[in-house]
Design a protein around this ligand. Structure first.
Ligand code: BG6
Length: 489
């Protein structure tokens, strides 16, 4: 399928939180650097009745707040972006309103492709896609970008994908996992596949364990309705954490293109050993935060924030295995949670110990090498190496672990840090799906996650409480310690 840059971007849900907090600022980022096609117009759509001026005012206010001290320097770009914005209200529950809307879209389409971005609740996706198809807006020159969650489990995800599939071919569908838009996440591929010395070591012969942590300090925020229905497994593990796992574990793709990269990620998902049946108890932990303190500040428990009863997990820890030649026997510990002690996204790769120590004095103090790739809050890569302590150690060599540190902020000091959606918009506008998630990936991830829920259900496992500001329930510690490992903290 031949793609051309989009000349019309239609954002459904344009007055919503995501659009205002992330999408419009990301478009401004692209505008600042002259990366939006000259002829691109952006049509916001939502239920709210607003004029074009009203929508521009809303966006201006949001952008000025986002830019802070940079607002003055960016005023030209701001004006240019606002001049591209238009707005039309639409009631998605009414076919007539949607048809009226699509008729307007038809009139505004320029010579290039159209990109539709569905930033609404997923329950609207089918109605929107059918409406677009009714109006003939699903031809080869249309792309549709959509937010997670695609479903609540495998069955509902397949239903949504089937509905979308009736209107759009898979190559036209751009499923967002905003972690893939993060520069540090893309750097995982750069590190692995543009350096020679990682690859020979990147396997079970040399790596003892991998840990992936996505920790947040925030609680429910104002998303109680959504979050309580989804919880940490569906909100974070099914997508962001498994995508990080895929990028860490995948085989080298032949090319950096949508098919090659996504095929390799899919193989990882399909090689995940199911966590199911009676193993669920020893391989998975769910938690729910109770009242506690973060940074010395008292915070309420989940149920108090929610104002009701719930068994939704706000924390998940898993011991996963990838059953293939490369990773046989290597545990991948995954954990994510809300109200943990700090915000941290990190991949910890611990190598095997040296097979034999020639240093008699410090034999026990030789720590295995480790590679720590921190993605958030700062991007930092450390390689832990054993070194000789300087000195005339007559009683034998004294050893110490030291780290080689790469602070990406200072290494690329003059480069502006991008919002994840800048990358994602640029790619979707230009028709490059490499950093978007394919249907088979989403479904393989759901299948794996569904089995864990099934195991929880049949074994009567409910989330264990943990005080806010701690690293989850104590059973999460047992998950690693049972195997002589421990979480990196
Ligand atoms: C979203 C989840 O996808 O990712 C949120 O729905 C979570 O619950 C967020 O807070 C985390 O994203 P980031 O970019 O802040 O790590």
């Amino acid at each position: 399928m031949q793609t051309r840059p989009a000349t019309l971007l239609v954002i459904f849900g344009a007055t919503g939180d995501l659009a205002q907090r992330m999408l419009v600022p990301s478009l401004l980022g692209l505008e600042r650097d002259g990366l939006l096609p000259d002829v691109l117009t952006i049509l916001g759509a939502a239920r709210t009745e607003l004029t074009q001026e009203g929508f521009r005012d809303l966006a201006r206010e949001q952008l000025v707040g986002h830019l802070g001290d940079d607002a003055e320097d960016c005023s030209d770009a701001l004006d240019r972006l606002l001049a591209r914005l238009d707005y039309k209200s639409v009631d998605l529950s009414s076919d007539a309103s949607l048809d009226d809307f699509t008729a307007q879209v038809e009139q505004r389409r320029g010579g290039g492709d159209i990109l539709f971005h569905l930033s609404t609740a997923p329950s609207w996706y089918s109605a929107i896609c059918s409406g677009l198809a009714r109006a003939g807006l699903n031809g080869e020159n249309a792309r549709v970008m959509m937010e997670k969650p695609i479903g609540h489990d495998l069955a509902s995800s397949m239903d949504i994908n089937d509905c979308i599939g009736k209107s759009f071919a898979e190559q036209q569908v751009y499923r967002v996992d905003h972690y893939l838009g993060k520069d540090g996440v893309q750097n995982l591929l750069a590190l692995r596949f543009s350096n020679t010395f990682f690859e020979p070591l990147w396997n079970s012969q040399h790596i003892e364990q991998v840990q992936i942590t996505v920790a947040e300090t925030v609680g429910l925020e104002d998303r109680a309705g959504y979050y309580d229905e989804y919880g940490a497994m569906r909100d974070m593990i099914q997508n962001h954490v498994l995508q990080l796992l895929c990028l860490t574990a995948m085989e080298p793709p032949a090319r950096f293109d949508p098919t090659a990269v996504r095929n390799e990620k899919l193989k990882v998902l399909n090689s995940l050993r199911p966590i199911a049946g009676k193993d669920t108890e020893s391989l998975s932990v769910g938690g729910q935060y109770d009242a506690g303190a973060i940074d010395g500040k008292a915070v309420p428990g989940y149920l108090d924030e929610l104002g009701g009863k719930s068994d939704t997990e706000t924390f998940v820890a898993l011991r996963a295995h990838i059953d293939n030649w490369r990773w046989s026997g290597v545990p991948f510990y995954l954990r994510t949670g809300k109200r943990l002690p700090k915000r941290l996204t990190e991949i910890y790769i611990r190598f095997r110990p040296v097979p034999h120590s020639i240093f008699h004095r410090d034999r026990a103090s030789i720590k295995p090498n480790a590679l720590i790739i921190r993605l958030q809050p700062e991007e930092h890569i450390s390689l832990c190496l054993m070194n000789k302590q300087p000195g005339l150690d007559r009683d034998g060599v004294h050893l110490s672990p030291v780290t080689l540190d790469l602070d990406r902020q200072s290494a690329f000091e003059d480069v502006r840090r991008r919002l994840a959606y800048e990358r994602l918009y640029l790619d979707a506008i230009e028709g490059n799906g490499t950093l978007f998630v394919r249907r088979d990936e989403v479904e393989a991830a759901w299948q794996w996650v569904d089995a864990i829920f099934e195991g929880w259900k049949t074994n009567g496992i409910t989330p264990r409480k943990y005080p806010a500001g701690t690293w989850g329930p104590s059973s999460a510690v047992v998950l690693t310690e049972r195997h002589g490992h421990s979480w990196r903290e």
